[in-house]
Design a protein. Structure first.
Length: 506
């Protein structure tokens, strides 16, 4: 319990979300004032109703934060501190999700009703930055809860894509916000490589190191935090370098070995967590530093060498904080497989269709390796199908949709492969095994792996799931679900029935 209290205190200390909620609410208030000036009562009323929901959610979060702080300052018991801390985190997540609703993400749509010279149009950059930062908080909370609840399984993870995506989509905005735009993040060398890791814990590790670097540069008017991934034949190095105050040899030894409270350039709880995660991944930490110049922290992990079909897509080098986002992103290949659950949900959030949603197809080998993943947000002008997404193999893979439902809310739809002969060819199954019963067992297990993978890579384990051929594939083996639809976690928890060739997934 003492560990839980320490981690939750550290996490809440670094949420730093309130000013961005305030900024977002102020922007909506100015938009509503502009609608009133232009005589647009229907647009104003619709926007006001949304703003009222957002404000109520923020107030619930503020009340939860006050309850938590009273408990901490009053030296309440550990159980109460953890309970109230989680209540505040949950309330913050609720506000983030409300701020990120698909139909309230597009600033250009908000100002389309206003004249070209309207002053409210100048708020676009501030609006987009606030949304990006709130999105980063949303991702952090999901990772924290999954790690705290022990839900993150160990699996092969492409380090170069994980570092690149986490920096570009989350850390860049967070660092700029935490430092009042004094600091920035830069990506250095990103060698293609994998390690065996818990993705949620790895994300938190990157975040903690970033915040340590921000603290080390808190007196600087400008500075850069640089990330690099270096692949060696048997190891992978993740390097994080800052331009901060630096550390003495004594200080380095203290942060690497002491379990006592630490003070100075690095958060004590944050670096203790880093050491713990690195140890869990059979890694090592080294620190080089020069006082007044900066510090480089190097994390070294054993390299996972089963990398035959890692994506060869090069890094674009584009700074997403300044780039113009596409209204509807194009299909992406297996490069994003290690974030599949997160990507499917994000596509839903980006969808501009009248009924928002996302479309995807996925295939996972018996070893647990994802060998196919395609995805796309619903397009407002095109009713896209899986045959458009992956025309060559859509009949041989599991197809999915993530969309809003009148009864279930947002839910996941999973459809089994359409044609067994296409499935056999894709999987190169020997002719003697191309029979109904072995095929049933293979597809059953692939669905279970897909459930585990989506839950482990960012999709809410409580997401309602609609599954085709459920009785044929699961009832046949005496397996059942609590409801229809059922929570994604129930699919992930089902036992495998065909364990031949399991490898890492056994």
């Amino acid at each position: 319990m003492e560990k839980q209290v320490a981690e939750i205190k550290f996490f809440i200390h670094d949420l730093r979300v309130e000013k961005f909620f305030h900024r977002l609410i102020a922007i909506h208030q100015r938009l509503i004032a502009a609608y009133e000036e232009e005589g647009l009562p229907e647009v104003k009323d619709r926007h006001q109703a949304y703003l009222d929901r957002l404000t109520r959610a923020q107030l619930r979060g503020r009340e939860a934060r006050e309850n938590y702080e009273v408990a901490v300052k009053g030296f309440a018991g550990d159980d109460l501190v953890v309970e109230l801390g989680r209540a505040y985190i949950d309330a913050t997540l609720e506000t983030c999700r409300l701020a990120l609703l698909p139909h309230w993400r597009d600033f250009k749509d908000f100002v389309s009703h206003l004249p070209q010279g309207a002053q409210a149009r100048a708020l676009e950059n501030s609006f987009n930055e606030s949304k990006a930062w709130i999105g980063a908080i949303d991702r952090r909370i999901v990772d924290f809860v999954r790690y705290a609840d022990g839900e993150g399984p160990m699996m092969p993870m492409a380090v170069h894509t994980r570092v690149e995506s986490f920096v570009e989509e989350h850390l860049r905005y967070y660092v700029r916000g935490a430092s009042d735009k004094r600091l920035d993040v830069r990506l250095g060398e990103l060698d293609r490589c994998q390690i065996y890791a818990d993705a949620a814990a790895f994300n938190r590790l990157l975040f903690n190191l970033s915040m340590n670097a921000v603290d080390a540069m808190r007196q600087r008017r400008s500075g850069v935090i640089a990330f690099a991934v270096i692949a060696e034949p048997h190891t992978v190095r993740v390097e994080v370098q800052d331009e901060g105050v630096g550390m003495s040899r004594e200080k380095i030894q203290q942060i690497l070995h002491s379990d006592k409270d630490l003070t100075g350039e690095l958060h004590s709880l944050g670096f203790v967590f880093v050491r713990k995660v690195v140890a869990q991944l059979n890694g090592r930490i080294s620190v080089t530093s020069e006082e007044g110049v900066g510090t480089k922290i190097t994390l070294e992990f054993p390299r996972y060498l089963a990398e035959a079909d890692l994506s060869s897509m090069p890094s674009t080098g584009v700074d997403l904080a300044e780039a113009e986002p596409e209204a509807v992103p194009g299909p992406a290949g297996v490069a994003g497989a290690d974030r599949a659950g997160e990507i499917v949900v994000d596509d839903f959030c980006k969808s501009l269709a009248p009924t928002p949603g996302s479309l995807f197809s996925i295939a996972i080998e018996r070893t647990g390796r994802v060998d196919h993943f395609m995805h796309k947000a619903y397009d407002p002008d095109w009713m896209m199908g899986h045959d458009d997404l992956a025309p060559m193999i859509y009949e041989a893979v599991v197809r999915g949709r993530y969309e809003a439902h009148d009864v279930d809310g947002v839910s996941l739809i999973l459809k089994t492969p359409l044609k067994h002969d296409e499935y056999w060819e894709l999987r190169e199954i020997p002719k003697e095994e191309r029979k109904p019963e072995p095929t049933r067992r293979r597809i059953h297990d692939e669905l279970v792996r897909i459930g585990r993978h989506l839950a482990a890579t960012g999709m809410d384990p409580d997401t309602p799931v609609h599954l085709t051929q459920k009785e044929y594939l699961f009832g046949h083996f005496g397996q059942s679900f609590s409801a229809d639809p059922f929570p994604l976690q129930e699919l992930a928890d089902q036992d495998l029935v065909d364990r031949v060739g399991e490898g890492a997934d056994a």
